[in-house]
Design a protein around this ligand. Structure first.
Ligand code: HAM
Length: 413
């Protein structure tokens, strides 16, 4: 058998896992600051949890779910997303007694999509959800957390926040009827893929990347024409708050999202640096979803971001964690080496040693890794019981007693 990984899956190691862990750490810190509680759901659920809420006609349900029959004939699905499992968990664990419930979670999702750059069949998502608040402040809070996290992790990337409001469920039904009629009149000019969606899922035609479809969609009715008064006020308030926070956004009335449960506010953070998989983070309101799943009639809003897509955009700066390299002249100095390693670990200083008693090789590895410092352990050093610490950025070197190393490194960093 030829050993290989399954198409669309990938092993995470080396720089990628360092970036991955960095993202998780920043997200967890942000989540805790805003009082989101972590919740992990199982990797698989009963299939029926997904089919209706995500939309029987959505791509995820029609083509992308990994479903299988258990030995006792239960139909199970590897979770393609986290919002529906988290609502299931909130209902089955009686977490909805005290509202609003603020939840975050991080973990793998599964979709059988065509693999390409930034698109996997197993990928990791960060998720934030607020259940039980229809206050516009929850929209603002979630969007600003997303904005802060992305700005912090990706300070040099051009990321655009796209914003739209899909109106109430009733507004959406009216809009979909108008769209079906509009596209049906022009069906001969639409791509085959879009033609198939006229009756089942006309919203998705607005999302098509086919040039002709885009031209036709540009003159299609806009959802804004169908907004109720309540939605108009909510949407305007949201935009006002974002403006006052200095969060830039672009209104995009063709932004519909790929899952059926959305209404009212929807948003996506996009970049041009990822090729066609240009959405880093997406979310919106899903009022009615909790009720559909058997819970109380409360609203909800949330977002998810792909960890792989964020990692792909992260610069190498986030990886400099081998702060100090060690260079050891000969095996005779093992006791000194062990002392230094022990000391560095106790003082939370990252170190790297290449297990070679060879100064030249250790120096070249330190340069290759862009390390800031190197500690030299050789004849002179061991005789005087001091260590030479060289700053590789400016070539300055000093002789230090072991317990002076930490202060020196911190001063110089
Ligand atoms: P989504 O737009 O389907 O939304 O996915 C959110 C993010 O997950 C995407 O923006 C992307 O970064 C990442 N992602 C999705 N599919 C893949 C893939 N095949 N490979 C790599 N990354 C991917 C949701 O899942 C909603 N549950 C978000 C949400 C939460 N809405 C409300 N609350």
């Amino acid at each position: 058998m030829k050993l290989r990984s399954v198409r669309g899956t990938h092993d995470i190691f080396g720089k990628e896992i360092e970036k991955y862990n960095k993202v998780i750490k920043i997200v967890s810190t942000n989540a805790k600051l805003s009082n989101f509680k972590e919740l992990n759901t199982p990797i698989f659920e009963f299939s029926e949890l997904f089919s209706k809420p995500l939309g029987e006609q959505s791509d995820v349900v029609l083509k992308e779910m990994y479903s299988f029959q258990d030995r006792n004939s239960d139909l199970l699905t590897l979770r393609p997303e986290y919002t529906t499992p988290v609502i299931r968990a909130a209902i089955t664990n009686n977490l909805l007694n005290e509202l609003p419930l603020k939840i975050f979670g991080i973990g793998p999702m599964f979709r059988r999509e065509r693999p390409q750059k930034g698109r996997y069949r197993q990928f990791n998502q960060i998720n934030f959800e607020i259940l039980g608040s229809d206050d516009v402040i929850s929209d603002v809070e979630l969007i600003s957390i997303a904005n802060d996290i992305l700005n912090y992790i990706l300070p040099n990337k051009k990321i655009t926040l796209n914003l739209n409001s899909l109106g109430t469920k009733e507004n959406l039904i009216e809009f979909k009827n108008k769209l079906t009629k509009y596209f049906d009149d022009k069906k001969n000019k639409l791509s085959e893929e879009s033609r198939e969606k006229i009756k089942s899922n006309p919203l998705r035609i607005l999302d098509s990347k086919n040039e002709n479809d885009i031209i036709i969609s540009n003159s299609a009715p806009s959802i804004n024409e169908f907004h109720s008064n309540e939605i108009k006020i909510h949407y305007q308030e949201l935009k006002n708050h974002l403006n006052s926070l200095g969060i830039k956004f672009e209104e995009n009335n063709r932004l519909v999202r790929g899952l059926d449960y959305y209404c009212s506010t929807v948003f996506e953070f996009k970049t041009k640096d990822l090729g066609s998989q240009d959405t880093i983070l997406g979310g919106g309101r899903y009022d009615g979803l909790v009720k559909l799943l058997g819970g109380p009639d409360i609203s909800g809003i949330g977002w998810a971001a792909g960890v792989e897509r964020i990692s792909m955009l992260m610069s190498e700066e986030f990886n400099k964690n081998k702060d100090i390299h060690l260079a050891v002249l000969a095996e005779d100095f093992k006791p000194h080496l062990i002392n230094v390693i022990q000391y560095l670990r106790k003082n939370n200083i990252n170190y790297y040693w290449n297990y070679k008693y060879n100064l030249k090789k250790s120096f070249s590895k330190a340069n290759q890794d862009n390390s800031k410092f190197i500690i030299i352990i050789g004849n002179e050093e061991s005789e005087g019981n001091f260590y030479t610490v060289k700053n590789l950025n400016n070539s300055n070197q000093v002789s230090l007693k072991i317990d002076q190393i930490s202060d020196y490194i911190n001063d110089q960093s």
